[in-house]
Design a protein around this ligand. Structure first.
Ligand code: SF4
Length: 572
C-alpha cells in the first residue's frame, strides 16, 4: 500500500479558475474583517483558518479559457477598486459596439436589432488567462496557500461526507509502474472541500453520480473552440463584440460564434478572439467543432476580420449549458460545488465567469459561517444554497432556465421560445418549466438513421491552407499542449472492445470527430473485424472533456493526468 503524507486544512479548494479563486479571496476578506472587528470590540474569537487551493495546470491561468466578455457585476463585489486601484484588473477593452451577424455559406447580414441578452455595453473583453493570474496574485497576498501543478485525483470520503482530496501521483510509467522519480500524491484533509474543477470535473462527476445530486434534467454541455489572432490595426477595433448565428451549423444544431476585438498587446499586436460554440446534444455522428470553426472562417464576412492576420493561439473547453434545472445539488456534508462544476452558466448570454465568481463568493460566505460554528455538516453548508437562491445569480438563471432546452425542437422554435421569455420576463406560456432534456450524447444518431441508410459520406474537402484554416495538429501546437509521455493514459476507455466493433458499425467512431485535438485515431490493424483499432494520442489532449461527455456508449472516463500537463493558454 502506498504511503501518503496527510496535510490538515480547514478549507481545501480544488481548482484555480474564477470560481475557486473568488472563494479564496472572499473568504480571506471575511476572516480579515471578522478579526479586525474582534480586535476592536474585544468580543468574540479571532479565526485563523488554513485555506489551500490546488490547480492541475503548471501555473494559474494556463488551463483557463473562455469567450470572454466579462459582465463585471461579481468582480465589482469581489474587488471593488479593480477599475482604479493598483494593480488594476487586466481587461482588454470596454465594449463600445455590438451586433449580431446572421451567416449563410457565402455571406451574411447584420441583424437590425441586437437581442437584449447579447447586448454588451458596460461589459469588458478580457483574456480569462490574464484575469485568473491576477486573481491568483491577490489570493496569495491574502495568505492563501496556492499549489499549482497539483491535480486532485480522488475525493476522500467517509460515506456521504467529503473529507478532503488525494492529489495525483507523479513518476508512474505508462504500464502503471513506479519510476525513479515517483512521488505519491499526498492527502489534503479538509473540513470543507470546495469543488471548483470547471466543466465536467472528474471528481465532481463521480460525487454527483454517487450521491444522486443531479437536478431535474441531466446537464447538457456545449463545446467552445477558439482562436486568438493578430490582425492589422483597425480591422477589428478593441471593444467590438460580434455574435454570429446560422452557418456553419444546421438548424437542428444548437450553437453560434463570436468575434471580439481584444485590444493591443504591449508589443503592439492587435488581437482578435474568434470562436464557435456547438451544443453537445447534436445528432450528426460526424460533427466536428474544430472543423466547423474552420468552415465559419471561410465565410467572407468572417474572413474579412482576419484578413492579413496570423493565428496565434488555439483552445477548446466544454461549457455547462443546461441552466437552472440541470444544476446538481450544490452542497452536502463537507463539500460545496461552485462555478462550472455547479453547472452555472447563462447560455442565453454566453456568459459564465460572473456567475462562477459570484458562486465562489457565496460559497465563501457559507464557509465563513461554518468556520465560526465549527460545523461543516450538510445542514451547515445548506447556507450556500440559501444564499444562492436569495441572490441576483439565481434571478439571472431563472430568466434563462429553459433557454437551451428550447432548441431541442430546432433553431426557429428555440429562438421563438427565447423571444417570448424575454418579452414576458421569463414568465410566458412558451417558457414552461416542463421542458425536459436527456443527456446530450443520447441525441447522437447512428450512421444509418442520420444518413438515411447511405452510410457515412466522404467529408467535403476543406482548404486547410495554414493561413486562414488549419488542421487539428497545427491547432494543437498553437494550444501549447504538453504532457509527460510515459504516464498512464488519462483517457480511460472502460470497454475498449466496443471501439473496433460496434462503434465502427453504429456510429463510425465519432471520437475521431468530436475531439478537437486529434487525440482519437482509428489506425489500420489487419486481422481485426473491420481492419482498424483505436489509438489514443493522449499527449494532444487540451482537457476539454468532450469525449467524457459525448461518447455515445459512455465508456470514456477522463481522469487527471500528471500535474502540470495539458494546454498552456495565453491570451485565451
Ligand atoms: Fe477533449 Fe477528450 Fe479530446 Fe482531451 S481527448 S481534447 S478531453 S475530447
Amino acid at each position: 500500500m502506498t504511503q501518503r503524507d496527510v496535510m490538515e486544512f480547514d478549507v481545501v479548494i480544488v481548482g484555480g479558475g474564477p470560481a475557486g479563486l473568488s472563494t479564496a479571496i472572499h473568504l480571506a476578506n471575511l476572516v480579515e474583517r471578522h478579526n479586525a472587528e474582534v480586535q476592536k470590540s474585544g468580543v468574540g474569537e479571532a479565526l485563523a483558518p488554513q485555506i489551500c487551493l490546488i490547480e492541475k495546470a503548471a501555473e494559474l491561468g494556463a488551463h483557463s479559457i473562455s469567450g470572454a466578455v466579462l459582465d463585471p457585476k461579481a468582480l465589482d463585489q469581489l474587488v471593488p477598486g479593480w477599475r482604479t486601484a493598483e494593480p488594476k484588473a487586466p481587461v482588454e477593452a470596454e465594449v463600445h459596439d455590438d451586433y449580431v451577424l446572421w451567416l449563410g455559406e457565402k455571406g451574411g447580414f447584420k441583424l437590425p436589432v441586437t437581442p437584449p441578452p447579447l447586448k454588451n455595453h458596460g461589459n469588458f473583453v478580457i483574456s480569462l488567462n490574464k484575469m485568473v493570474k491576477w486573481l491568483g496574485g491577490i489570493a496569495e497576498q491574502k495568505g492563501i496557500q496556492v499549489f499549482p501543478g497539483f491535480p486532485g485525483a480522488v475525493l476522500q470520503r467517509d460515506g456521504n461526507k467529503v473529507t478532503g482530496v488525494q492529489l495525483g501521483d507523479s513518476g508512474v510509467d505508462k504500464h502503471g509502474q513506479q519510476k525513479g522519480n515517483f512521488q505519491a500524491g499526498g492527502i489534503l484533509a479538509g473540513k470543507l472541500t470546495v469543488l471548483a474543477e470547471g466543466s465536467r470535473g472528474s471528481m465532481s462527476k463521480q460525487l454527483i453520480a454517487d450521491l444522486g445530486l443531479q437536478g431535474k434534467n441531466p446537464q447538457v454541455f456545449g463545446i467552445g473552440v477558439k482562436e486568438v489572432w493578430e490582425v492589422p490595426a483597425g480591422q477589428c477595433p478593441p471593444g467590438l463584440v460580434v455574435h454570429t448565428m446560422g452557418y456553419p451549423l444546421d438548424s437542428k444544431t444548437f450553437g453560434g460564434g463570436w468575434i471580439y476585438g481584444m485590444g493591443q498587446t504591449e508589443g503592439g499586436k492587435n488581437l482578435v478572439s474568434i470562436g464557435l460554440v456547438v451544443g453537445l446534444d447534436y445528432r450528426d455522428p460526424t460533427m466536428d467543432a474544430h472543423r466547423q470553426l474552420q468552415r465559419m472562417k471561410l465565410n467572407p464576412k468572417v474572413a474579412a476580420f482576419l484578413k492579413g492576420g496570423k493565428m496565434l493561439h488555439y483552445g477548446a473547453k466544454s461549457l455547462p449549458e443546461g441552466g437552472l434545472y440541470s444544476m446538481p445539488k450544490t452542497f452536502g456534508d463537507g463539500f460545496v460545488l461552485v462555478g462550472d462544476s455547479a453547472g452555472l452558466m447563462n447560455s442565453m448570454r454566453l456568459k459564465g465567469i460572473h456567475l462562477a465568481m459570484r458562486s465562489g463568493m457565496l460559497a465563501a460566505e457559507a464557509a465563513f459561517e461554518c468556520l465560526k460554528k465549527g460545523d461543516f455538516s450538510a445542514a451547515a453548508t445548506a447556507v450556500y444554497d440559501q444564499k444562492m437562491k436569495a441572490d441576483w445569480l439565481h434571478d439571472e438563471l431563472w430568466q434563462c432556465r429553459n433557454f437551451h432546452q428550447g432548441f431541442h425542437k430546432g433553431r426557429l422554435w428555440g429562438l421563438l421560445n427565447a423571444g417570448f421569455a424575454q418579452f414576458f420576463g421569463g414568465k410566458g406560456a412558451f417558457w414552461s418549466d416542463e421542458l425536459k432534456s436527456e443527456a446530450g450524447h443520447s441525441y447522437m444518431q447512428q450512421l444509418g438513421a442520420y444518413f438515411g441508410g447511405k452510410g457515412k459520406p466522404a467529408q467535403d474537402k476543406l482548404p486547410q491552407d495554414g493561413t486562414l484554416t488549419f488542421d487539428k495538429l497545427t491547432s494543437v501546437y498553437a494550444s501549447g499542449t504538453m504532457h509527460e509521455e510515459d504516464q498512464p493514459c488519462h483517457l480511460v476507455v472502460t470497454q475498449p472492445d466496443l471501439c473496433a466493433t460496434r462503434c465502427v458499425e453504429e456510429f463510425g467512431n465519432p471520437c475521431q470527430h468530436f475531439c478537437p485535438a486529434a487525440v482519437y485515431e482509428m489506425e489500420a490493424k489487419p486481422g481485426t473485424k473491420h481492419g482498424v483499432d483505436l489509438k489514443i494520442n493522449a499527449s494532444n489532449c487540451v482537457h476539454c472533456k468532450t469525449c467524457d461527455i459525448m461518447d455515445p456508449y459512455q465508456v470514456i472516463n477522463w481522469v487527471t493526468p500528471e500535474g502540470g500537463g495539458g494546454p498552456n493558454y495565453t491570451n485565451l
